[in-house]
Design a protein around this ligand. Structure first.
Ligand SMILES: [Zn+2]
Length: 263
Protein backbone atom coordinates (compact mmCIF):
# COMPACT_ATOMS: atom_id res chain seq x y z
CA UNK A 1 0.00 0.00 0.00
CA UNK A 2 1.41 3.44 -0.85
CA UNK A 3 2.42 5.57 2.11
CA UNK A 4 1.49 9.23 2.43
CA UNK A 5 4.40 10.61 0.44
CA UNK A 6 3.13 8.84 -2.73
CA UNK A 7 -0.32 10.36 -2.37
CA UNK A 8 1.09 13.86 -1.82
CA UNK A 9 3.26 13.33 -4.86
CA UNK A 10 0.23 12.34 -6.93
CA UNK A 11 -1.69 15.40 -5.70
CA UNK A 12 1.22 17.63 -6.77
CA UNK A 13 1.29 15.96 -10.15
CA UNK A 14 -2.45 16.40 -10.56
CA UNK A 15 -2.22 20.09 -9.71
CA UNK A 16 0.65 20.60 -12.12
CA UNK A 17 -1.05 18.81 -15.02
CA UNK A 18 -4.65 19.83 -14.51
CA UNK A 19 -5.11 22.88 -12.24
CA UNK A 20 -7.37 25.53 -13.78
CA UNK A 21 -8.19 23.24 -16.68
CA UNK A 22 -11.59 22.02 -17.63
CA UNK A 23 -11.63 18.24 -17.36
CA UNK A 24 -13.72 15.58 -18.92
CA UNK A 25 -14.31 13.01 -16.20
CA UNK A 26 -15.62 9.58 -17.10
CA UNK A 27 -15.68 5.99 -15.94
CA UNK A 28 -14.56 3.69 -18.78
CA UNK A 29 -15.33 0.71 -16.54
CA UNK A 30 -18.71 2.17 -15.55
CA UNK A 31 -18.59 1.92 -11.77
CA UNK A 32 -17.87 5.59 -11.04
CA UNK A 33 -21.32 6.79 -12.11
CA UNK A 34 -20.93 10.07 -10.20
CA UNK A 35 -18.24 11.17 -12.66
CA UNK A 36 -20.93 13.21 -14.42
CA UNK A 37 -21.26 15.39 -11.28
CA UNK A 38 -17.80 16.88 -11.90
CA UNK A 39 -17.25 16.34 -15.62
CA UNK A 40 -16.89 19.59 -17.54
CA UNK A 41 -15.80 21.56 -14.47
CA UNK A 42 -12.40 23.10 -13.85
CA UNK A 43 -10.06 21.50 -11.37
CA UNK A 44 -9.37 24.15 -8.73
CA UNK A 45 -6.78 22.28 -6.65
CA UNK A 46 -5.57 18.87 -5.53
CA UNK A 47 -4.66 18.07 -1.97
CA UNK A 48 -3.69 15.06 0.13
CA UNK A 49 -4.11 14.21 3.78
CA UNK A 50 -2.36 11.03 4.72
CA UNK A 51 -3.35 8.41 2.18
CA UNK A 52 -6.45 10.22 0.93
CA UNK A 53 -6.51 12.56 -2.04
CA UNK A 54 -9.03 15.30 -2.65
CA UNK A 55 -9.61 16.77 -6.10
CA UNK A 56 -11.41 20.08 -5.69
CA UNK A 57 -13.55 20.92 -8.70
CA UNK A 58 -15.63 24.09 -9.00
CA UNK A 59 -18.77 22.60 -7.45
CA UNK A 60 -17.79 19.27 -5.89
CA UNK A 61 -14.88 17.22 -4.67
CA UNK A 62 -13.60 13.80 -5.73
CA UNK A 63 -12.16 11.76 -2.86
CA UNK A 64 -9.77 8.94 -3.76
CA UNK A 65 -8.22 6.28 -1.57
CA UNK A 66 -6.02 3.83 -3.45
CA UNK A 67 -6.07 1.08 -0.82
CA UNK A 68 -3.82 -1.89 -1.52
CA UNK A 69 -4.41 -2.37 -5.23
CA UNK A 70 -5.21 1.09 -6.53
CA UNK A 71 -2.97 2.75 -9.11
CA UNK A 72 -2.75 5.93 -11.14
CA UNK A 73 -1.55 6.06 -14.73
CA UNK A 74 -0.66 9.43 -16.21
CA UNK A 75 0.09 10.22 -19.85
CA UNK A 76 0.65 13.27 -22.00
CA UNK A 77 -0.43 13.17 -25.63
CA UNK A 78 -0.41 15.28 -28.76
CA UNK A 79 -3.35 14.14 -30.89
CA UNK A 80 -5.55 11.63 -29.14
CA UNK A 81 -5.67 10.25 -25.62
CA UNK A 82 -4.49 6.66 -25.24
CA UNK A 83 -7.24 4.05 -25.08
CA UNK A 84 -8.06 3.04 -21.47
CA UNK A 85 -6.35 -0.21 -20.50
CA UNK A 86 -7.94 -2.65 -18.05
CA UNK A 87 -10.60 -1.75 -15.49
CA UNK A 88 -10.29 2.02 -15.42
CA UNK A 89 -12.61 3.29 -12.68
CA UNK A 90 -12.10 6.97 -13.42
CA UNK A 91 -10.53 8.90 -16.25
CA UNK A 92 -9.58 12.58 -15.96
CA UNK A 93 -8.92 14.11 -19.35
CA UNK A 94 -7.66 17.51 -20.49
CA UNK A 95 -6.71 18.51 -24.03
CA UNK A 96 -3.16 17.24 -23.58
CA UNK A 97 -3.04 14.89 -20.60
CA UNK A 98 -4.91 12.02 -19.05
CA UNK A 99 -4.96 10.35 -15.62
CA UNK A 100 -6.49 6.90 -15.29
CA UNK A 101 -7.42 5.45 -11.91
CA UNK A 102 -7.46 1.67 -11.59
CA UNK A 103 -8.59 -0.46 -8.63
CA UNK A 104 -9.05 2.13 -5.86
CA UNK A 105 -10.73 1.36 -2.54
CA UNK A 106 -12.65 4.62 -2.81
CA UNK A 107 -13.47 7.04 -5.59
CA UNK A 108 -16.49 9.18 -4.86
CA UNK A 109 -17.92 12.64 -5.31
CA UNK A 110 -18.56 14.49 -2.05
CA UNK A 111 -19.43 18.05 -1.01
CA UNK A 112 -17.43 20.39 1.18
CA UNK A 113 -19.28 19.36 4.36
CA UNK A 114 -18.33 15.76 3.73
CA UNK A 115 -14.72 16.80 3.05
CA UNK A 116 -14.64 18.47 6.47
CA UNK A 117 -16.00 15.29 8.07
CA UNK A 118 -13.37 13.06 6.44
CA UNK A 119 -10.60 15.51 7.34
CA UNK A 120 -11.71 15.68 10.96
CA UNK A 121 -11.55 11.89 11.18
CA UNK A 122 -8.00 11.77 9.84
CA UNK A 123 -5.08 12.41 12.12
CA UNK A 124 -2.50 15.17 11.74
CA UNK A 125 -0.28 14.79 8.68
CA UNK A 126 3.48 15.41 9.05
CA UNK A 127 3.59 16.46 5.38
CA UNK A 128 1.26 19.40 5.91
CA UNK A 129 2.80 22.75 6.56
CA UNK A 130 2.61 23.31 10.32
CA UNK A 131 3.90 26.80 11.01
CA UNK A 132 1.82 27.25 14.16
CA UNK A 133 2.61 23.75 15.48
CA UNK A 134 -1.06 22.78 15.68
CA UNK A 135 -0.63 19.49 13.81
CA UNK A 136 2.19 18.44 16.13
CA UNK A 137 0.07 19.45 19.14
CA UNK A 138 -2.78 17.25 17.87
CA UNK A 139 -0.35 14.33 17.52
CA UNK A 140 0.99 14.79 21.06
CA UNK A 141 -2.50 15.12 22.53
CA UNK A 142 -3.59 11.86 20.91
CA UNK A 143 -0.40 10.09 22.04
CA UNK A 144 -0.85 11.20 25.65
CA UNK A 145 -4.26 9.55 25.80
CA UNK A 146 -3.48 6.03 24.64
CA UNK A 147 -1.71 3.01 26.10
CA UNK A 148 -1.64 1.17 22.79
CA UNK A 149 1.89 0.20 21.69
CA UNK A 150 3.72 3.00 19.87
CA UNK A 151 4.32 0.63 16.93
CA UNK A 152 0.59 0.22 16.53
CA UNK A 153 -0.23 3.86 17.25
CA UNK A 154 1.91 5.05 14.32
CA UNK A 155 -0.13 2.87 11.93
CA UNK A 156 -3.43 4.40 13.04
CA UNK A 157 -4.46 6.93 10.39
CA UNK A 158 -6.48 8.82 13.01
CA UNK A 159 -3.34 9.24 15.14
CA UNK A 160 -0.92 10.29 12.42
CA UNK A 161 -1.94 10.26 8.77
CA UNK A 162 0.21 8.84 6.01
CA UNK A 163 2.56 6.50 7.87
CA UNK A 164 2.71 2.91 6.63
CA UNK A 165 4.77 -0.14 7.40
CA UNK A 166 8.10 1.13 6.05
CA UNK A 167 8.12 4.51 7.78
CA UNK A 168 6.73 2.98 11.00
CA UNK A 169 9.64 0.55 11.30
CA UNK A 170 12.30 3.02 10.26
CA UNK A 171 11.08 5.94 12.39
CA UNK A 172 11.12 3.80 15.52
CA UNK A 173 14.56 2.43 14.71
CA UNK A 174 15.99 5.91 14.07
CA UNK A 175 14.83 7.07 17.51
CA UNK A 176 15.82 3.80 19.23
CA UNK A 177 12.29 3.19 20.53
CA UNK A 178 10.92 -0.25 21.44
CA UNK A 179 7.75 -0.66 19.31
CA UNK A 180 5.97 -2.31 22.24
CA UNK A 181 6.33 0.68 24.54
CA UNK A 182 2.88 2.03 25.47
CA UNK A 183 2.44 5.31 23.60
CA UNK A 184 1.62 7.35 26.71
CA UNK A 185 4.96 6.28 28.21
CA UNK A 186 7.04 7.55 25.28
CA UNK A 187 8.68 10.79 26.45
CA UNK A 188 7.24 13.89 24.78
CA UNK A 189 10.61 14.92 23.38
CA UNK A 190 10.87 11.56 21.62
CA UNK A 191 7.36 11.90 20.22
CA UNK A 192 8.34 15.32 18.90
CA UNK A 193 11.41 13.78 17.32
CA UNK A 194 9.30 11.06 15.66
CA UNK A 195 7.01 13.75 14.26
CA UNK A 196 9.84 15.91 12.97
CA UNK A 197 11.67 12.92 11.55
CA UNK A 198 8.49 11.74 9.80
CA UNK A 199 8.11 15.16 8.25
CA UNK A 200 11.78 15.21 7.20
CA UNK A 201 11.85 11.69 5.70
CA UNK A 202 8.47 11.94 4.00
CA UNK A 203 9.43 15.21 2.31
CA UNK A 204 12.38 13.37 0.82
CA UNK A 205 9.90 10.69 -0.27
CA UNK A 206 7.67 13.27 -1.98
CA UNK A 207 10.64 14.80 -3.77
CA UNK A 208 12.21 11.57 -4.93
CA UNK A 209 9.28 9.18 -5.21
CA UNK A 210 11.07 6.54 -3.16
CA UNK A 211 11.37 6.02 0.58
CA UNK A 212 14.84 6.66 1.97
CA UNK A 213 15.51 6.49 5.68
CA UNK A 214 19.18 5.66 6.18
CA UNK A 215 21.73 8.30 7.12
CA UNK A 216 24.43 8.51 4.46
CA UNK A 217 21.93 7.07 1.93
CA UNK A 218 19.42 9.91 1.73
CA UNK A 219 20.74 11.21 -1.59
CA UNK A 220 20.68 9.75 -5.07
CA UNK A 221 18.85 6.52 -5.71
CA UNK A 222 20.46 3.83 -3.54
CA UNK A 223 19.67 0.19 -4.36
CA UNK A 224 16.66 -1.22 -2.49
CA UNK A 225 18.95 -3.38 -0.34
CA UNK A 226 20.74 -0.25 0.94
CA UNK A 227 17.75 1.96 1.71
CA UNK A 228 16.53 0.84 5.13
CA UNK A 229 17.79 0.03 8.60
CA UNK A 230 15.33 -2.76 9.45
CA UNK A 231 12.43 -2.91 7.00
CA UNK A 232 12.43 -6.33 5.26
CA UNK A 233 15.86 -7.09 6.78
CA UNK A 234 14.73 -9.81 9.20
CA UNK A 235 17.53 -12.26 10.03
CA UNK A 236 20.20 -9.93 8.66
CA UNK A 237 22.67 -8.18 10.96
CA UNK A 238 21.56 -4.79 12.28
CA UNK A 239 23.49 -2.06 10.50
CA UNK A 240 24.38 -0.43 13.81
CA UNK A 241 24.89 -3.20 16.39
CA UNK A 242 25.19 -6.38 14.29
CA UNK A 243 22.40 -8.26 16.14
CA UNK A 244 19.82 -10.09 14.03
CA UNK A 245 16.93 -7.89 12.88
CA UNK A 246 13.62 -9.24 14.23
CA UNK A 247 10.35 -9.80 12.46
CA UNK A 248 7.05 -10.23 14.28
CA UNK A 249 3.38 -9.59 13.68
CA UNK A 250 1.85 -6.60 15.40
CA UNK A 251 -1.92 -6.56 14.89
CA UNK A 252 -1.58 -8.51 11.61
CA UNK A 253 1.10 -6.27 10.06
CA UNK A 254 4.76 -7.22 9.83
CA UNK A 255 6.94 -5.32 12.24
CA UNK A 256 10.71 -5.14 11.75
CA UNK A 257 12.97 -3.97 14.55
CA UNK A 258 16.26 -4.46 16.39
CA UNK A 259 15.84 -5.75 19.93
CA UNK A 260 19.24 -4.41 20.88
CA UNK A 261 19.08 -0.89 19.49
CA UNK A 262 15.42 -0.38 20.37
CA UNK A 263 15.27 -1.03 24.11
ZN1 LIG B 1 20.79 -2.93 16.37
Amino acid sequence: MPEGHTVHRTANKFAKLFANKQLEVSSPQGRFTDSRLVSGQQLVSADAIGKQMFLFFEHAVVRVHLGIYGKWRFANFDDAAPVPVGQVRARFLSETAVADLVGPTACEVIDSDQVALVQARLGPDPLRQDLDGLELARFLAKAAKTRVAIGQFLMNQAAIAGIGNVYRAELLFRQGINPHLPTNLVPTELLEKIWQDASFLMQIGVKKGIMLTREGHLNGRPALADRYYVYKREGLPCRICGAEVSLELMSTRKLYWCRTCQK
